[in-house]
Design a protein around this ligand. Structure first.
Ligand code: NAP
Length: 549
């Protein structure tokens, strides 16, 4: 239904009903009294955790810190069962949040936003969906996730495959039965490393196709430590969350300040062994400050992990193939695993190195590499995502002068703080490119954006400001800062999705902000305190929706 008068249909349209969309909806509706329409492609809330249902899917952040912080009661009431939250439980948590805060009534499910156009004369966004909706809103807020557009590589012959195939990022709701089947998994990133050990336990035979060998840290997963939760977490949640907010990566950890190069080899080994025994991201942050910035320091940890792989994998030839030697530890997303390397000791598991013998085609019966044809009943693509920009480009988003976002970002995403992009007034991105989100604990990063955006909208309302837009110079300076910050890090030394390197033809640009979650928060706050420096505030016509519901 089109809007005929001056008032928009809604104050804000939010795209997506995962962590970001749910949190934004609650905040705008409950604290700003805004009318909000959320559109969600899935038939339920959950976002990432709705789509990624593959075997073994769980989060690498520990459960007690993977949550919303806006409600003290929610923090106290919810009890996670695993040390790391598993996908069904995160989905249950998000459903609980949607019910508890009565969020569903403003969410339209099974609806994909197809286009969003800024109407310059009215300072409004016009949003269209695949269900025939056409609505206007003063604000457009994208809560579409950073890693949500699945990448199934364009391999010749996939259409001819007679078995079943799946992508980890759009896994079926019904259980996939691997029992007794010949299964292929292509890809050894986070999704592959989590699913391979679980599929191996069920499949008749599993063949893993590996392009890049990975560094991965043991998760030491298990049931949640109830004593820790009841005595050390729940009574101190406020302090824990505060610490996470100002930390480098959104975790309440005490990062080491020592250099790996200022201690003896024995001491280093002891530290790495202790971190390895404990597992998780603590291994990275608790060891040495320079393993992510100094190549010589990094060599010590990279070699330590390679020695662990040699120890864990019994067959020396397989171990050799599993050794990551072409990129330093931490240059790709740090992986956390449960029994990943042990899985290669199973009789029913085989590793194919496609770096040396690339996949040539998919045949009706399976996969043909340069050297051999393999037959399969099921192929699992754990091949990742067109991250950070892919989901934006699935929609036709147009700002001033009918400029499309795809065109504006054709050489890589350009944003101011990852929150706005010049030429697209009143459009805000939650965890957009240029923000640190994908390098940190997501809910902490998401909530910072939600709070910052809501405060900005409140500021606008109080001053009767109709539209705000990132200034092009401020944006250019931020893009340069993002690049400069990434330059000295290990991140520049691998072909990762952070750089768009996994998608043929994608511009090679480091997309997230590597300056740290806490530093980023400080910058955002300073900009707000300075009257939203770097934004153009237009006090022209203000399009408030007729009534808030
Ligand atoms: P990913 O990290 O991009 O890994 C994709 C894998 O597929 C890589 O091993 C890649 O090899 C391989 N690959 C891609 N295209 C290929 C091709 N054409 N032929 C052969 N191999 C190909 O994707 P992901 O594992 O889905 O993870 C994406 C991100 O999602 C993670 O980094 C993480 O941020 C998030 N995630 C988080 C969790 C968690 O919290 N536990 C779980 C899953 C995902 P190359 O390395 O050679 O490119």
């Amino acid at each position: 239904m089109a809007n005929s008068g001056k008032s928009p249909d809604f104050d804000a349209v939010v795209i997506g009903a995962g962590f970001a969309g749910l949190g934004m909806l609650r905040r705008l509706r409950e604290e700003l009294g805004m009318s909000v329409q959320v559109y969600e492609t899935g038939d339920e809330v959950g976002g990432t955790w709705y789509w990624n249902r593959y075997p073994g899917a769980r989060c690498d952040s520990e459960s007690y810190i993977y949550c919303f912080s806006f409600s003290k009661e929610l923090l106290q009431d919810w009890n996670w069962s695993g040390k790391y939250p598993e996908q069904p439980e995160i989905l249950a948590y998000l459903n609980h949040v949607a019910d508890r805060f009565d969020l569903r009534r403003n969410i339209q499910f099974n609806t994909r936003v197809t286009s969003a156009r800024f109407l310059e004369n009215a300072n409004l966004w016009e949003v269209e969906t695949d269900q025939g909706d056409r609505v206007t809103a003063q604000f457009l807020i994208t809560a579409i996730g950073c890693i949500s557009a699945g990448n199934v590589p364009d391999i010749k012959g996939l259409d001819s495959f007679q078995g079943e195939w799946y992508h980890t990022g759009s896994w079926p709701h019904d259980k996939v039965d691997f029992a007794g089947k010949r299964v292929a998994v292509i890809g050894t990133g986070s999704s592959g490393v989590q699913s391979i050990p679980v599929i191996a336990q069920q499949a008749g035979h599993l063949t893993v196709f590996q392009r890049t060998a990975q560094f991965t840290i043991p998760a030491r997963h298990g049931t949640v430590d109830r004593k820790f939760l009841e005595e050390e977490v729940k009574p101190h949640y406020a302090e824990i969350l505060e610490k996470a907010k100002w930390s480098a990566a959104g975790f309440p950890l005490d990062p080491s300040e020592r250099s790996a190069l200022e201690v003896t080899a024995e001491e280093r080994l002891e530290t790495y062994e202790a971190g390895w025994a404990k597992g998780g991201f603590g291994f990275v942050f608790g060891s040495y400050s320079d393993i992510r910035t100094d190549r010589r320091a990094n060599d010590t940890v990279s070699e330590f992990i390679r020695s662990k792989i040699r120890e864990m994998v019994k067959d020396p030839e397989t171990a050799e193939k599993l050794l990551p030697t072409d990129h330093p530890f931490g240059s790709k997303r740090t992986l956390i695993d449960t029994d990943y390397f042990d899985t290669y000791n199973r009789e029913n598991v085989e590793l194919v190195d496609i770096r040396h013998s690339p996949i040539r085609e998919i045949t009706p019966k399976g996969i043909r590499t340069e050297d051999e044809e393999y037959e399969f009943d099921i192929i699992v693509f754990a091949t990742g995502f067109d991250a950070m920009t892919g989901t934006f480009f699935k929609m036709d988003i147009r700002g001033r002068n009918d400029l499309s976002l795809k065109e504006k970002w054709s050489e890589g995403p350009k944003t101011y703080l990852g929150l706005q992009t010049a030429g697209f007034p009143n459009m805000f991105m939650i965890t957009g490119p240029g923000s640190p989100s994908v390098l940190g604990n997501m809910p902490v990063c998401i909530e910072q954006h939600i709070e910052w955006i809501a405060d900005f909208l409140q500021y606008m309302r109080e001053r009767d400001i109709g539209a705000v837009e990132a200034d092009a110079d401020a944006e250019a300076a931020w893009v340069s800062h993002v690049n400069e910050t990434a330059e000295p890090t290990m991140f520049m030394l691998a072909n990762s999705w952070y750089l768009g390197a996994n998608i043929p033809g994608k511009p090679r640009v480091f997309m997230p902000y590597a300056g740290g979650v806490g530093n980023y928060r400080k910058k955002c706050n300073e900009i707000a305190d300075n009257g939203y420096e770097g934004f153009i505030l237009d006090s022209g016509s203000r399009g408030k929706a007729a009534s808030a519901t």
